[in-house]
Design a protein around this ligand. Structure first.
Ligand code: SAH
Length: 349
């Protein structure tokens, strides 16, 4: 069964042609699915009963089910969603003043093996399909609709579990579907993909002709520190990442965000800030400092508020734009990968 939620318009048009249908059938389907929120082919009253039977036989519109839901006092909603094969991922909804941001997972587990991250502890089980990523947004939209008529997901960060550039083609299809005006109509500038620095992915992404954003998990000012916390640093030295960023800037005409997780005593000193300034100088990127979400599953400690602010000051004084990431859902298991990790532990116990 092919899930139609995973097809960008161009691919759905091709499929319709191969079914002996007119091309516009694709837009018609999009309108039913994303605008009229149809959940079955039977509702699609302007499509012939005969073709609806074909659709029912060969295609589906499945979205994941909600396995667990946690709601924070600050409005954050964290879901553990379950796919048809029983595997689960986390999806989070964060309420900003400017809109509703979804943090989407791109894989079940992750193979990148960052030592501070709970998502990678069990390795990658599989990549998600584009339909399974679109499904995460649809589920959140349903949650929002039940809560409050008229609200929907307006921003997407592909920063949940998984490495998006290790699932490149599906993530690109996902972006095209959610970005399409007839799809979920989420503006390109409201969509951000975050990578741990897979260079081939950065170079390809630069050439997609998208106006979406790119974030790079740098987390260290030199390879020595980076190697201690990120396994991928073995393959991709910082120097090569910076070269790829420069290429991205010149081709995509967009600036990147460097994510920098502050780990107490590991990468949060004045010297580290000064070295970081030198490293990223020459690119237009700015820095998003991430207070570490401690987890019992990893040993690292979060830098103190003072140290985080001091680090910010060093960067700003050195002429680097930087912000501190706002935190959500601290009263629930909102920290990266923890809900799923705990659920799996309980299942095994
Ligand atoms: N693989 C991609 C996207 C998923 S992780 C990437 O590496 O960018 C999204 C972001 O959350 C990354 O910057 C990651 O390093 C960060 N992260 C992971 N565990 C974290 C934790 N416990 N606290 C805060 N940020 C964390």
């Amino acid at each position: 069964m092919i899930n139609l939620l995973g097809l960008p318009i161009s691919k759905l048009e091709e499929l319709m042609l191969s079914e002996g249908q007119k091309k516009y059938r694709a837009i018609q389907l999009y309108t039913w699915i994303y605008e009229k929120k149809a959940t079955s082919f039977d509702e699609m009253s302007d499509i012939s009963i005969k073709f609806r039977e074909v659709l029912k036989e060969k295609y589906c519109l499945d979205i994941p089910t909600i396995d667990k839901i946690q709601r924070s006092k600050d409005g954050t909603v964290k879901l553990l969603v379950k796919f048809s094969d029983g595997l689960k991922v986390e999806t989070v909804l964060m309420r900003y003043s400017y809109g509703n941001a979804a943090c989407v997972s791109s894989q079940v587990g992750c193979n990148m093996g960052c030592s501070f991250c709970a998502s990678g502890l069990l390795g990658k089980q599989r990549s998600l399909t584009a339909a399974e990523m679109v499904g995460q947004i649809m589920v959140l939209n349903n949650v929002l609709r039940e809560e409050n008529k008229g609200e929907r997901v307006t921003h997407i960060v592909v920063m949940g579990t998984g490495e998006p550039f290790d699932n490149y083609d599906n993530v690109m299809d996902f972006i095209r579907i959610v970005n399409a005006q007839k799809g979920l109509a989420i503006g390109a500038r409201h969509i951000t993909v975050s990578t741990c620095g897979l260079i081939d992915g950065i170079k390809k992404y630069a050439r997609e002709g998208l106006q979406t954003n790119l974030a790079i998990s740098l987390h260290a000012p030199n390879d020595e520190i980076r190697l201690k916390i990120m396994k991928v640093a073995k393959i991709y030295p910082i120097k090569d990442i910076i070269e790829a960023v420069k290429e991205y800037e010149s081709i995509a005409k967009r600036r990147v965000t460097y994510e920098y997780l502050l780990l107490d005593g590991i990468n949060d000193s004045k010297e580290n800030a000064e070295e970081l300034i030198k490293v990223i100088k020459g690119t237009m990127g700015y820095v998003n400092l991430i207070p570490y979400n401690e987890t019992s599953l990893c040993d690292y400690k979060r830098s103190s508020g003072n140290r985080i602010h001091a680090f910010l000051d060093y960067l700003n004084k050195g002429g680097v734009n930087a912000t501190i990431r706002k935190e959500f859902g601290s009263d629930i298991d909102a920290a990266c990968g923890q809900l799923r990790a705990k659920a799996e532990q309980n299942e095994k116990a």
